[in-house]
Design a binder for this molecule. Sequence first.
Ligand code: FPP
Length: 254
Amino acid sequence: MSSAEDLPLQCVPQHVAIIMDGNGRWAKAQGLSRLEGHKQGAKRLRDVIRWARDAGVKQVSLYAFSTENWKRPKLEITGLMTLMATMLPLEVPRMIKENARMLVLGDVSKLPWFARRALKKAVEATKDNTSIDVILCLNYGGQQEIVEAAKHFFESFDNDKERALAFANLTPETLYAHMGREAIFPVDLLIRTGGEKRISNFHLWDAAYAELYFTDTNWPAYTEEDLQEAIADYVGRERRFGKTSEQIQGVADE
Ligand code: FPP
């Protein structure tokens, strides 16, 4: 298996999205609390950002809290929010040193004030950095993102006539332009750790053509080799976007 560092940079996925699953199971296996699992998961996140940057990845998005995670026990929700609010200020100096920029996806207005404050500071302090984007997905849901884009589209017209005309001519590209993802590349590689094989409402729009990669490794135990293996697997795939293999290889008409 070749390592991601040996691969030509143009082959490396620009945007890697990660469903960081298995914190709870990892903790249980170690006789620890679920919250300790999340804590170790957050530490792993820090390493993965560095490994991804070293491999040439430009954006990593991380499913840190979904719109459905509000259904978890209150204690776990508060624990996750507190963990984020305490870890982020500690991470900012490292992110600045590593030239990493933090972006946020999801409706963060519903997060507790202390989490919003930590996020705002981290985004502001790293806004000019250019080596890698770390996109924290918080209170994020792919279905909700599409619904919000539809509402935004609908509300962007002055009158019903214009709206009806635009609606009749609506294309995926037009709706996508209302998602507020201008700074974000389409997801190339979507990794889920922890053994489950589903997308769980993450990046639904991009999942149309993202390459999916599932691994049994629980998130806190994820290693640099695991990431390199996922990237090497991605590089070995042929992305056809509806075309034939011959078209992609340039031996048939466009
Ligand atoms: C899924 O594992 C994990 C989450 C719902 C939360 C992920 C959050 C972190 C890794 C911490 C984020 C921290 C910062 C600083 C942004 P699970 O709890 O569903 O695991 P299980 O399936 O084994 O129970």
